[in-house]
Design a protein around this ligand. Structure first.
Ligand code: SDX
Length: 440
């Protein structure tokens, strides 16, 4: 493969030469605003008769996007140009939602209107409440989320026409606004408490805490420290370019499916322990390890290739450095525990020791495995009073805006096509049909 510059048009391309036929094809080289250049292989099959083979998309860009940028080697994450550290420190979740959806941080007037519009979509259709009764009380809340969010398309018929930009925006607002309500209802159902209706005088994070933890017979005082931490956790999980669940949303949407169905597909993908389900898995892992003295034996199992044990909350397809979100959450962990007067959280001590040992271990160093966003988030969520089964649900609540922003970007892109990968067929070739009586 050679890289060439076409001096007349100043466009760059790479030349692929087939060593069998000796034929060459020039493939355009595309440049984004940042990040590595990309070989445009769209004409490859038409011109050569070859497909590419890239299971797991190790080297494949599935779309162009101007929402989120990650430099995995340097540990950089930016939304619309703003660093995640700046957003986590100076912004709030509603601003970040506006930024992801519309490309800019809101002006004061825009912010007021955006918050108002989101707030007035937080209630769900009363009939939706009855859906919950169809679930077992011990159902995992993510199972309930998949079902109930998918069912939204049965209720909000006036925002399912994806060709209408106004309907798309109404669906976007509805999903961002209703997700905390649906999530809190899943929790309330699991513990047998009445559903708590949203309150429009509260912020997004406060309202979520209220719907989660209030009961009708008492006044619920929102702890501002917990509300701030909640808001920051929402910011840190809001978007992460073409991760598995976002790619799932885009693929589902590429067929023209309605937004509620697409987001339900994203929730299903997020649930897996290799993705958003890792926050729950980390807490289970720390509980299983139990004590610092057990860390070396646990890491031996992780490093043993005949054992399926993984160090949950470690490793990332893109980050070959510390996940910047993990760094922010780790710092927040200490602050929240201090503010909540939790003097000693054995799981945090254990996690920090586990991180320290892993980061000095040749296995993790050579593979560039660092803590990711899920490593510390469970500890902070536990301190805030969330049950472990809700951890991935919180991720889904926060990621909804990212899914929706990416969905809107894709639908508005006129070059968008149905997603349809090809395959390397490895099955048997053509063979004659054998009648039943001749088989055996
Ligand atoms: C999220 O993509 C995103 O952006 C996701 C996310 C988002 O915001 O949307 O950031 C959120 O999903 C975070 C990731 C949460 N998952 C976990 O914490 C689960 C544990 N991590 C691993 O399963 C894994 O690291 C992945 C799934 C996150 C990434 O997998 P890759 O990119 O396919 O890497 P790999 O499996 O090919 O690993 C490379 C090597 C392998 O060893 P060798 O075969 O080369 O010897 O590293 C090893 C792996 O076995 N490895 C691990 C490990 N992660 C990778 N070994 C032990 N423990 C681990 N956690």
């Amino acid at each position: 493969m050679t890289e060439t510059r076409d001096t007349e048009s100043d466009s760059e391309y790479v030349t692929l030469t087939d060593s069998v036929s000796n034929k060459s094809v020039d493939l355009p080289l595309l440049s984004g605003t940042e990040g590595p250049k990309v070989i445009d292989i769209r004409r490859l099959y038409a011109e050569t008769g070859y497909f590419t083979f890239d299971p797991g998309y190790m080297a494949t860009g599935s779309c162009a996007s101007n929402i989120t940028y990650i430099d995995g080697d340097k540990g950089i994450l930016r939304h619309r140009g703003y660093s995640i550290e700046d957003l986590a420190e100076h912004s709030d979740f509603m601003e970040v939602c506006h930024l992801l959806l519309f490309g800019e941080l809101p002006t004061p007037a825009q912010k007021e209107k955006f918050e108002h519009d989101i707030t007035y979509h937080t209630m769900v259709h009363e009939q939706l409440n009855f859906f919950y009764r169809g679930f077992r009380r011990d159902a995992h809340p993510m199972a309930i989320m998949c079902g109930v969010v998918g069912a939204l398309s049965a209720f909000y018929h006036d925002s399912t026409d994806i060709t209408d930009p106004h309907q798309r925006m109404v669906a976007s607002y509805r999903l961002i606004a209703k997700m905390p309500t649906i999530a809190a209802m899943a929790y309330k159902f699991s513990i047998g408490q009445p559903f708590i209706y949203p309150r429009n005088d509260l912020s997004y994070a406060e309202n979520f805490l209220h719907m989660m933890f209030a009961v009708p017979c008492e006044t619920y005082e929102i702890n501002p420290v917990v509300a701030d931490a909640m808001d920051r956790i929402f910011i840190l999980h809001a978007d992460h370019e073409q991760n598995a669940s976002t790619s799932t949303v885009r693929l589902a949407a590429s067929s023209g499916a309605n937004p509620f169905a697409c987001i339900a597909a994203g929730i299903a993908s997020l649930w897996g322990p290799a993705h958003g389900g890792a926050n729950e898995a980390v807490l289970k892992m720390l509980t299983e390890i139990g004590h610092k003295k057990n860390i070396p034996a646990y890491l031996d199992r992780v490093k043993d290739k005949s054992d399926a044990t993984m160090l949950m909350g470690f490793g990332h397809r893109v980050y070959k450095n510390y996940d910047p979100r993990a760094a922010v959450i780790q710092k927040s962990c200490h602050a929240v525990l201090n503010e909540l007067d939790i003097k000693d959280e054995p799981l945090l001590d254990l996690a920090m020791e586990l991180e320290r040992i892993a980061l000095e271990d040749e296995y993790f160093v050579s593979r560039k495995l660092f803590p990711n966003v899920d490593f510390y988030s469970g500890i902070i969520l536990k301190a805030m009073g969330f049950p472990i089964g809700m951890f991935t649900v919180l991720f889904a609540v926060a990621r909804t805006v990212g899914w929706i922003a990416q969905w809107n970007e894709m639908i508005a892109d006129e070059s968008q096509k149905i997603g349809r990968p090809r395959q390397l067929y490895t099955g048997v070739g053509k063979r004659p049909y054998v009648p039943l009586e001749e088989r055996g």
